[in-house]
Design a protein around this ligand. Sequence first.
Ligand code: APR
Length: 247
Amino acid sequence: MAFDWIQKEWFSKNSKLVFFTGAGMSAESGIRTFRDNDGYWSQYDPMKLASPAGFENDPKLVLDWYQYRRNEIKKAKPNKGYDAIENIAKLFPQAQVITQNVDGFHKKADFIDVIELHGNIHKTHCNQCRKENLDGCELLHDDKPIFCDCGGLMRPSVVWFGESLRLSVMHQAESISRSADIFFSIGTSSLIYPAAQMPYEAKNNGAKIIEINPQSTPLTSMADASIQGLSGEILFKIYQELHANYN
Ligand code: APR
């Protein structure tokens, strides 16, 4: 029972629930995480594939990698954890999502407010003038990089290592985190800042922190409840309990 881990008294019909998600949220959809044993970064060098210097050095290599990831995502679909968040949001209409994931899965539930902190792999913009979404968002045309009218190269609209998050997006995420009554941190190693700051923004403003992750993270010791398990399974159980109590 989910409420063996978390206390029913923390919730009320008007509670503001915030779901903060990382790569583990999509793991049960078959999409690899970054830092697990079989994660992307165990095999690939993030500085070559996900940094401005890497793109400058070998744009085709980077674009091929993002095309590969787009294809992986296209083959997958949101798992039951996503359905559970969608259903919980119907019970708690103030619910919002902040995600580090770029797969766009949360956006499929269009009635939930979703902040994509690290961008969206399905979108593109010019690396030079930042103009968005030229040429139907393809990353490659005839297997070649695509140039913007300004002469810059089109790239995926994701935040790379060494790049800053958009200030407006960052401020929105901070403000949502501070407004949370219950803050779920799900499937993230809680290592990458500034994203990893969000649970602390929530905690410092009185939220209860519930972590869902099969592994311990730097957040675990300050969480009010740390549930060791797979996000799809745990979120489904939490939804069942909340549905029974707050429908
Ligand atoms: N359910 C819940 N958690 C899971 C599951 C699962 N089924 N499978 C794995 N996890 C957990 C792992 O234990 C790990 O703590 O998900 C976490 C994934 O961590 P990372 O791979 O570091 O992913 P994330 O935290 O999202 O990374 C943050 O780093 O590389 C960048 O931009 C990238 O957005 C990403 C950021």
